[in-house]
Write a protein of this length. Structure first.
Length: 326
């Protein structure tokens, strides 16, 4: 339901040859100094899990430093506002997420417009959501047991999120709608701080992206009960999908993507798009993505922009029908 449409992804892949050709004609001399990627969430979250390996790879490919600047707060909207005010000179890019397709339905007075103030470059990664619990606070070892516990104690269990209006938050709301449960929502300034508290035993569970959960699951500090994807994750083959665990319709992916700032020269946008696609074929990126439970998604340019428009409409419907309020 909320996964990237495969046909749309193929359309993005079809544009690869044209993108690479135009990228070869990028402005002479670019890049001549360090490039900054603004990450609108704190360090240690899902966005960071993909932004930092990508920055390191682009650093190698472009021959200049590529830095990640974390600007967390308000479900990723503060960092997006900061990025939208930066100069479109090809030296600042924005790595947002699915949260930025949700924000228009939840924040009536945003200081930026994700479709007007930014230029779409492409999807960076798309790991599925996973239901994870702190084993010292939640004894459930299956999704059915978690649902039974939540129903037995309405409102007693709590779940952390990366902030109001993020996919973590909306996934929790959707889960409660589908299961008839009631839990308390605890928003954080990002997935990193929320995960720290989950591991530390300050909260009960999370509906998190595999990007920020995979390493903790592997270490055994948190337990994964189900993945919110149509098929099992290759990185968690023993964990059932939510549908297999009895919750039909619970499919949520936390995609991450790269945008240029409005006004960035088209030649630079084409070059960065080509470099993003090139990075996907490197062992460093393929290994990092596999480790963090994500597949490579070759969706760039206009097809990616159309995908964002569709996501804004889709999540707006979920927010409206679910009566979600901040």
């Amino acid at each position: 339901m909320y996964m990237i449409n495969r046909r749309t992804a193929l359309a993005g892949a079809a544009a690869l040859a044209a993108t690479a050709t135009s990228g070869a004609r990028a402005q002479a001399g670019w890049p001549a100094r360090p490039i900054t990627i603004i990450n609108p969430f704190p360090a240690g979250g899902g966005t960071d899990a993909f932004a930092r390996p990508l920055a390191a790879q682009l650093d190698t490919q472009l021959g200049v430093r590529v830095l990640v600047d974390n600007r967390g707060g308000a479900g990723g909207t503060l960092g997006a506002t900061t990025a939208s005010k930066m100069a479109g000179d090809g030296y600042t890019f924005f790595m947002g997420a699915a949260h930025h397709a949700i924000a228009p339905a939840l924040y009536p007075k945003l200081d930026y417009d994700i479709e007007k103030d930014f230029v779409p470059i492409g999807i960076v990664s798309s790991p599925p959501q996973v239901v994870v619990v702190n084993p010292s606070r939640i004894k459930a070892r299956t999704l059915a047991e978690l649902i039974a516990e939540a129903k037995a104690k309405p409102g007693a269990l709590n779940y952390g999120s990366a902030g109001n209006g993020t996919t973590h938050h909306l996934a929790g709301e959707l889960f409660q709608m589908l299961t008839g449960t009631k839990m308390a929502h605890i928003p954080y300034r990002g997935a990193g701080p929320a995960m720290q508290d989950l591991v530390g035993g300050q909260i009960d569970l999370m509906f998190d992206g595999l990007g920020s959960s995979a390493q903790q699951i592997a270490s055994g500090t948190i337990n994964a009960l189900a993945v919110a994807s149509p098929i099992r994750s290759s990185s968690l083959p023993d964990v059932p999908t939510a549908v297999q665990a009895g919750v039909a319709g619970f499919e949520v992916a936390t995609w991450y993507a790269l945008w240029a700032i409005k006004g960035t020269p088209p030649e630079i946008i084409a070059r960065m798009t080509a470099e993003l696609l090139k990075s996907f074929d490197t062992p460093a990126i393929q290994d990092a993505w596999k480790r963090n439970g994500s597949e490579v998604v070759r969706l760039t340019g206009a097809p990616f922009g159309a995908f964002v428009t569709a996501e804004i409409a889709r999540w707006g419907k979920v927010v409206g029908e679910g009566g979600v309020r901040l």
